[in-house]
Design a protein around this ligand. Sequence first.
Ligand code: HEM
Ligand code: HEM
Length: 179
Amino acid sequence: AKADPAKGKVLVEQVCAACHGADGNSVAAANPSLAGQHADYIVKQLTEFKSGARKNPIMMGMAAPLSPEDMKNVGAYFSEQKIKPRDAADKALLPEGKKIFKGGVASTKIPACMACHGPSGAGIPAQYPRLGGQHAGYIVAQMTAFRSGERANNTVMRDIALKMTDAQIKAVAEYISGL
Ligand code: HEM
Ligand code: HEM
């Protein structure tokens, strides 16, 4: 069946809005904004929370009752929302963050994030998620989880995170949140 964003909206307002915002712009940094995120990426993450391939106690509980149709519907709804621009908390880190995002770090083989996440952080449907406008704190948490192996649902991102220091992760996260 075709995704129905109107049905997705009802589910979001009843269940997801408390943490992700009714329009997909969340307030707390621990809860990712989902506005403007690719529908297929949202479906992939929900499927993996449900199967346990991506682990998070809150989201595993949230995804458990969702059918594949529910996932498509909420994905379609969130993907149609507009992400609100965010100011970087630490502007001093922006030049280094920009360098990493646009060009990577050749000496330690960190690739440019932009190659997969797009020059403006909008991502590339369907595989590569939007990062632009995301909370810096959430980006740092995910990079740290990829690096430790706690988030084990993508080997490309794990390999990249393993090459990055805490300082590099923080700098690129601040830059990304302002995109
Ligand atoms: C992560 C969807 C309800 C808290 C996510 C992600 C998706 C999602 C797709 C992954 C985002 C990404 O990878 O960028 C939904 C949907 C919901 C829902 C469709 C309603 C059915 C909630 C609620 C809470 C919550 C009610 C809080 C009680 C979180 C947190 C994460 C997250 C903390 C980050 C998990 C991590 O660190 O790996 N959610 N969510 N969500 N959500 Fe939800
Ligand atoms: C996911 C950051 C480079 C491919 C992510 C996520 C973050 C991130 C934070 C999780 C997004 C979320 O949970 O909403 C970065 C940074 C990069 C970088 C900081 C540069 C240092 C790349 C490159 C590629 C790539 C070069 C492709 C070769 C992906 C893919 C996912 C992803 C496929 C989705 C993983 C999944 O399905 O769970 N990236 N990324 N990234 N990234 Fe990157």
